[in-house]
Design a binder for this molecule. Structure first.
Ligand SMILES: [Fe+2]
Ligand SMILES: [Fe+2]
Length: 327
């Protein structure tokens, strides 16, 4: 399936007062114009990819996966292929997320009520187009593009189909892009592939700006919303976090859940029995030698941002605690 149609309820607002009214957004717009880069010419595409050194968010130090029996059983060549495919799978999810961001920002231009918010969103559309370009180009050199994980697909569609623009902004800029920014920063530190380091370094700079937009705008906007609408945004945020934590790929033992996942392909294509591999990962989940020592993106980036804009209220805090967050 290369084309999917969804119907989105979008209210388009003209704004005939062109004076800036949210100065912090106007200055972010100025920064965004200055920090544009060109995915075709500012990335050293002439570099060879170090396929085994690419690394990914599930094993940032590259120390955990080689210890599993199902990886040890592979030949050197298959092990390199497996590493490249796992990385391509993870990066494919980001590629789909980048397209989701591109579509969402197009909607925000229309839906937000402030001129500063519209102008800034226009710069983010170009940023996201560049990210789609750069990740697609990198992934196809590494391996191939894998299909979108069902949980991520659900969250992105919920953002695109939300009837309140504040839900879109929280779902995309505050939640999804905090996750992306944290992940790209971590990849930048851990990858041994110079080409990927260049890609994620430039992308993370843009994502930091996108998160700032969400934080600045939502701090301004949430207090001026009527209570019932604000509560809907709080619930939307918790729902998105629940979906992403439950199947979003920061653990290999969840996800899938009966739905055929493209993740299975990554394993089966190099001759690994997916169910056996998952059983081994599950059995060793509490073994300190196999502990996931990578950064905890939701604890370190996503939930603190939601707290910062005031969306983790007493009313919804129990829901976050149920998911294991210390709020
Ligand atoms: Fe992006
Ligand atoms: Fe972004």
């Amino acid at each position: 399936m290369s084309l999917e149609e969804i119907v989105t309820p979008l209210t388009t607002l003209w704004k005939f007062d062109y004076e800036s009214n949210i100065k912090a957004l106007r200055s972010l717009y100025e920064t965004a114009k200055k920090e544009q880069w060109n995915a075709a010419t500012d990335i050293p595409w002439e570099l060879e990819i170090n396929k085994e050194g690419v690394g990914d968010i599930l094993d940032p130090t590259g120390e955990r996966f080689p210890k599993y029996d199902f990886v040890k059983a592979l030949s050197d060549e298959k092990r390199e292929q497996f590493a490249a495919r796992r990385s391509a799978w993870t990066l494919s999810q980001f590629l789909h997320g980048e397209q989701g961001a591109l579509l969402c920002c197009g909607q925000l231009i229309e839906a937000v009520p402030d001129i500063d918010g519209k102008l800034y969103a226009a710069t983010q559309v170009v940023d996201e187009a560049r990210h789609v370009e750069v990740f697609h180009r990198y992934i196809t050199r590494l391996d191939q593009v894998y299909s979108i994980e069902p949980s991520l697909h659900k969250v992105l569609n919920a953002i695109l189909q939300a009837d309140l623009w504040q839900m879109k902004c929280v779902g995309m800029q505050v939640i999804t892009e905090s996750l992306a920014m944290g992940t790209f920063k971590s990849m930048k530190e851990s990858t041994q592939d110079d080409l990927l380091r260049n890609v994620v370094e430039l992308t993370a700079q843009d994502e930091a700006r996108h998160v700032s937009y969400g934080l600045i705008y939502m701090k301004e906007e949430l207090p001026r919303m009527p209570d019932p609408d604000r509560e809907r945004v709080e619930d939307f945020a918790l729902g998105a976090v629940r979906l992403l934590v439950g199947g979003g790929g920061d653990t290999e033992t969840t996800g899938g859940g009966g739905i055929l996942s493209s993740r299975k392909l990554v394993y089966s294509e190099v001759g690994i029995d997916y169910d056996e591999a998952m059983a081994e990962i599950g059995a060793k989940a509490n073994d300190p030698e196999f502990a996931n020592t990578g950064p905890r993106m939701f604890d370190d980036y996503v939930v603190p941002q939601l707290q910062r804009v005031g969306l983790v209220t007493d009313r919804v805090a129990p829901g976050y605690r149920e998911l294991g967050f210390d709020v």
